[in-house]
Ligand binder design. Structure first.
Ligand SMILES: [Zn+2]
Length: 152
C-alpha cells in the first residue's frame, strides 16, 4: 500500500496502537488521543486487579476511581499529558492495615508522582554545549474540558 492510497487514520488501518510506539504505556489502554498544543492521552489501566502495596495481595474489588494527570516525556517536541483513570481497590487481606489502595501502573506511575516513570526523550546536554539565550518559551497548557469519564 502506498501512502497515496491511504485515506483516514493510517495507524488504525495498519493496527498501530499508541502503546507500540510508547512502550511504557503497555499497562494502560489509551482510549483517546488529542493534539491541542500538547498531546493529551486519556487512558485507563489494562489489568482488572491490582496488588496491595503493603501485603501484595491482589484485589479486584473496586472502591472508587478518580482522574489523575501525569506529565510524560515529550514526543516530537510536544508536551505529553496523560489523563489516567485510576481505581482505588479494597484490600482483601484482613491482617493488612491497608484497607484501600490506589492502583499503580508499572513503569508509568508511582505513588504521588506527577510525572511518568519513562525516561526523558531529550538528549543529555554535553558540557561543551552553550546555553541558549533567554528562557525557553512557556509551554501552552492543555485545554481543560469537563470530562465525565474522568470524574467517576
Ligand atoms: Zn494489604
Amino acid at each position: 500500500m502506498s501512502l497515496s492510497q491511504v485515506r483516514g487514520c493510517l495507524s488504525c488501518q495498519l493496527g498501530i496502537r499508541p502503546e507500540v510506539l510508547l512502550p511504557h504505556l503497555g499497562g494502560v489502554i489509551v482510549e483517546a488521543a488529542e493534539l491541542a498544543g500538547c498531546l493529551c492521552l486519556r487512558a485507563r489501566a489494562r489489568a482488572d486487579q491490582a496488588a496491595c502495596p503493603r501485603c501484595g495481595q491482589v484485589s479486584g474489588r473496586v472502591h472508587s476511581s478518580y482522574g489523575r494527570r501525569l506529565a510524560d516525556a515529550p514526543v516530537g517536541g510536544r508536551r505529553v499529558v496523560i489523563r489516567l483513570a485510576v481505581r482505588r481497590f479494597f484490600g482483601v487481606n484482613p491482617d493488612c492495615r491497608k484497607k484501600t489502595f490506589a492502583e499503580q501502573i508499572a513503569g508509568l506511575t508511582a505513588r504521588r508522582a506527577r510525572r511518568t516513570g519513562s525516561p526523558p526523550s531529550r538528549p543529555t546536554t554535553s558540557p561543551t554545549c552553550t546555553p541558549s539565550p533567554g528562557p525557553a518559551p512557556r509551554p501552552r497548557r492543555c485545554p481543560q474540558r469537563p470530562d465525565p469519564a474522568m470524574e467517576l
